[in-house]
Design a protein around this ligand. Structure first.
Ligand code: XMP
Length: 509
């Protein structure tokens, strides 16, 4: 395995992915991790990521320089390289020529990181500081027009540095460079596959849970379904899943999920129909945060009551993904608060004194889908778009009542049908409808109407931390709009949301 030290680069997740794409397992660690912790992971290589800081800034991130004496090959990328050079006695300075974007890379010798890469290739730069003096033992291995030290190495100690970003696709030979590092320099075996990962994870779960009982809030989303299946493979009937229908699901979703889960997962599942409880507590509530709080509290109360019926439950399983961990770490500043603030069962482990099982915590969404496929989860579950815990409550802006729920459900069903028929469903991170609290004037059959407005939201994303509005073809948008206005009573206007995240968010509330 390989450890990536996270110096805060926006590309860190890409580094981790690229390593896994080379079939090598990789784990991201904070620079504050001590050397013993890193050594205990037994890494075959270490990658120091880039980051937004300058090494001369006051609180710039650092890692114990003893890391360079471990005898483990190290690759520093951008800030990671500057940190290494500085720590080993070289000099880094703010230069007049900042470099952003494409640069031509001239490689001195096709060896080491550049094994089997042609002498000139394109690379992606994004830096303000540059190396001006190398530490002893280091040589320059590639240059660009602006810097003679675009790549450096101390081959004897197996320390390498790149000023550019090999992990982004704008550096076309970057993956080859990473592979050279992992395979030729670190000697990693390329045997990490999703199947191997699944096997390893199942045995780890079996080991840590032993004969104790585990409970899991199952939503039917891909994360909780994959988590359920993995744990079930490990401990069988000692896993109990709780599915709570909060009355805020999509059209016929509760029944469909019930059938699907029963049919494909031979798992203990308790289905709780609590729609009435949620909807009566939400009556007359307009404020988004209040809605979330009410829903979260009722969910926790029901979940806790159900969980207490399961005698001897000691573990709570969650489908937390790697971006969730990163998001909450940066939001709360500590590895203890690793649960997303909007996570439905966030408060449960503490309240119920349960230990956590989070088998997906180092994976990204698309990797979870691959894992799901590898362990035999049916296609329909593998490819479901994410759906938020508070459900349609945060897509009905303003008051929630049965009539408004029914309008949104019918609209949403048409939207999904059309998106699926167009072949876009798998390509979109999410696609859904939002019911607005304003009405507009229209004309239908020569008669004036004064009805609801629907906003369509469709976004592409890798992990929901950033997202872009989807450039859906006009023909598809036109067809969706026509069908909604013609088929759903109470709607006379459809608009398309063309905002990206940030500064907007994916959900409207
Ligand atoms: P935002 O709206 O913050 O959403 O850009 C990011 C992703 O998270 C989902 N989301 C939630 N999921 N409980 C959840 O389980 C929630 O309270 C919640 N709020 C937002 C959202 O659908 C998107 O995928």
């Amino acid at each position: 395995m390989v450890v990536v030290i996270d110096f805060g680069s926006q590309y860190n997740q890409l580094i981790a992915r690229r390593v896994r794409e080379c079939h090598v397992y990789c784990q991201i660690e904070s620079p504050s991790a001590d050397i013993d912790t890193i050594q205990s992971l037994n890494p075959e290589g270490i990658i120091l990521s880039g980051g937004p800081a300058s090494i001369y800034e006051k609180n710039s991130p650092t890692i114990d320089p003893a890391i360079f004496n471990l005898g483990i090959p190290i690759l520093g990328i951008c800030y990671g390289m500057q940190f290494m050079i500085h720590a080993l006695g070289g000099k880094v300075e703010k230069t007049a020529k900042r470099e952003y974007g494409f640069a031509e890379l001239a490689i001195k010798k096709p060896t080491g990181l550049f094994d089997r890469i042609e002498q000139t290739t394109t690379c992606w730069m994004s830096h303000g500081d540059s190396i001006v003096e190398l530490p002893p033992g280091f040589v320059a291995t590639a240059s660009t027009e602006n810097t003679d030290l675009a790549a450096v190495a101390n081959p004897h100690q197996r320390l390498y540095g790149l000023q550019f970003h090999p992990e982004v696709h704008h550096t076309p030979k970057g993956k080859r460079m990473l592979k050279n590092f992992l395979v030729n320099i670190c000697g990693c075996k390329q045997n990490w596959t999703m199947k191997a990962f699944a096997k390893e994870t199942v045995s780890k779960i079996r080991e840590s849970v032993a004969d104790k009982k585990v409970i899991l809030g199952l939503s039917g989303g891909v994360d909780s379904s994959v988590t359920a299946l993995l744990i079930h493979k490990a401990i069988g009937k000692n896993l109990t899943c709780i599915f709570i229908d909060n009355g805020l699901l999509r059209l016929n979703e509760a029944d469909r999920m019930k059938k699907l889960l029963k049919q494909h997962l031979d798992i203990n599942i308790r289905f709780i129909n609590a729609g009435k409880q949620f909807l009566s507590a939400l009556a007359g509530v307009n404020d988004p945060e209040k809605k979330r709080k009410i829903i979260g509290k009722i969910f926790m109360d029901i979940f806790e009551a159900e969980a207490q019926k399961i005698e001897g439950a000691e573990f709570l399983a969650q489908g937390t993904l790697y971006p969730d961990i990163i998001e909450s770490r940066s939001a709360f500043g500590g590895p203890t608060s690793i649960i997303k603030s909007h996570h439905n069962v966030g408060g449960l482990p503490k309240k119920m004194k349960l230990k956590l099982v989070e088998p997906l915590q180092f994976l990204f969404k698309d990797e979870v889908r691959k894992l799901g496929k590898a362990i035999g989860l049916p296609e329909e579950l593998v490819w479901r778009q994410p759906f938020p815990g508070p459900g349609l409550a945060i897509r009905i802006i303003g008051e929630i009542n049965q009539r408004r729920l029914s309008i949104l459900r019918n609209v949403d069903a048409i939207l999904l049908e059309e998106i699926k028929a167009s072949g876009y469903y798998k390509r979109l991170w999410q696609s859904f409808a939002v019911l607005l609290p304003v009405k507009s004037v229209g004309v239908m059959g020569d008669k004036r109407t004064y009805e609801n407005i629907i906003a369509i939201r469709a976004v592409t994303s890798k992990d929901a931390m950033t997202a872009d509005w989807a450039r859906l073809p006009y023909k598809i948008l036109g067809q969706i709009s026509n069908r909604i206005i013609n088929e759903v009573k109470g709607v006379n206007r459809v608009v398309y949301d063309i905002s990206s995240k940030p500064p907007s968010t994916i959900e409207w509330e």
